[in-house]
Design a binder for this molecule. Structure first.
Ligand code: UD1
Ligand code: UDP
Length: 353
């Protein structure tokens, strides 16, 4: 049994790190890296720190318009699949790499397994929403993380091949929570546990809209707490282009390069609150019971909002600041993301054993 995993972006390296060892226990896996993310801190550090196997193929596609990037990846993945002839292809999440991998495989009549199937934000201006819808409709096996995801698929007429397996990011988060190396970052940065906010921003709706980006940065500057801000390269570029001032030192914002996964989980679990527009980070905040202030109008993870642990505030400065002061969920989040064995379940379904 030969399984090809297509990855290309930071969140996919994280998801593959949960699943790859389980696949390798049961089958031969080849890893195809599209090259969508290529900076060392967006790619290589994840392979190293999460002990991911080196990619067998690196397509080196890099950045570009949606059509250009997806087209190059489609041609590249197709060529590899044609040569390797895997029995099955795994794709993760909702990026352009996911779309290219699924489309290339489906056209070659190779069964496609979609990890994180069935998510919907119901906002079709998000490129991810288009990718999710298409990939779900051409996948053979749909590995849904939550009951809501199963229901979303059912509503679109997809019932065959749907498996409620739980969330592979939950599996990995539980395994990684107590990694020993991590507390170093708090010492290095002079941070007190629960004495700072953690912020990430990278959605085009926020980075490519100057007034939204400005409102978010101003809220971070005025929130009255230290803020750790690992800056995504898209956001770094937008900040440079718009000449918005973000403190490098001396102010309350510590603007840093993106960090590796274990360091990020340490920064997250010790934060008072998280401010983010990331899909994965909303979920991770929930796993660890960290209040999450989401810089979006909707989410593909409604469980986190319905249970009171995630507040959607868009890019409105006043609402962000109010949430920093007042958003205090009580108790612990009720778990909705499986039992920590999602990866094992997926690997059994894909490769048997
Ligand atoms: C992509 C995904 C998004 C996911 C995110 C995770 C799509 C459509 N978007 O968004 O769903 O949430 O990854 O982080 O697939 N860049 C660099 N170095 C890199 C990578 C990117 O400088 O290693 C810069 C380039 O200027 C590039 C921009 O970031 O144009 C955006 O990169 P791209 O991969 O197109 O989208 P992301 O915003 O990273
Ligand atoms: N992450 C990381 N370092 C960072 C920021 C995020 O390791 O500096 C991890 C985070 O823990 C999560 C994943 O990257 O597992 C989320 O990726 P991202 O926010 O880029 O994409 P999304 O989930 O929105 O698609």
């Amino acid at each position: 049994m030969k399984v090809a995993s297509v990855v290309g972006t930071r969140p996919q390296f994280v998801k593959a790190a949960a699943l790859s060892p389980e696949i390798r226990r049961r089958a031969k896996e080849i890893v195809i890296h599209t090259g969508q993310h290529y900076d060392e801190e967006m790619s290589k550090v994840f392979f190293e720190s999460l002990h991911l196997p080196e990619p067998d193929y690196d397509l080196g596609v890099g950045s570009g318009s949606h059509g250009q990037q997806t087209g190059l990846m489609l041609a590249g993945v197709e060529e590899v699949l044609d040569k390797e002839k895997p029995d099955s292809v795994l794709v993760y999440g909702d990026t352009n790499s996911t779309l290219a991998g699924a489309l290339a495989a489906a056209k070659l009549h190779i069964p496609v397994g979609h990890v994180e199937a069935g998510l919907r934000s119901n906002n079709r201006t998000m490129p991810e929403e288009i990718n999710r819808i298409i990939v779900d409709h051409i996948s053979t096996s749909l590995f849904a993380p939550t009951k809501i995801a199963v229901e979303n698929l059912r509503r679109e007429g997809i019932e065959k091949g749907v498996h409620l397996v739980g969330d592979v990011m939950y599996d990995l988060a539980m395994r990684s929570a107590n990694s020993s190396k991590t507390k170093e970052i708090l010492k290095e940065m002079g941070l007190r546990s629960k004495g700072y906010l953690l912020a990430t921003v990278h959605r085009p709706a926020n980075t490519d809209n100057r007034s939204n980006l400005e409102a978010i940065i101003e809220a971070l500057q005025e929130c009255g707490r230290p803020v750790v801000f690992p800056v995504h390269p898209r956001t770094a570029k937008a900040i440079r282009a718009s000449h918005i001032f973000v403190h490098r030192s001396g102010g309350n914002i510590a603007r840093i390069e993106p960090v590796d996964y274990l360091t990020f989980i340490c920064l997250l679990t010790n934060a008072e609150k998280v401010i983010t527009d990331s899909g994965g980070v909303q979920k991770e905040a929930y796993f660890f019971g960290i209040p999450c202030i989401t810089l979006r109008e909707e989410t593909e993870w409604p469980e986190t909002v319905e249970t009171g642990w995630n507040l959607l505030v868009g890019a409105r400065k006043k609402e962000i600041l109010r949430a920093v002061r007042k958003f205090e969920p009580k108790g612990r989040p009720a778990m909705a993301f499986g039992d920590g064995h999602a990866a094992e379940r997926i690997a059994r379904l894909v490769a048997g054993g």
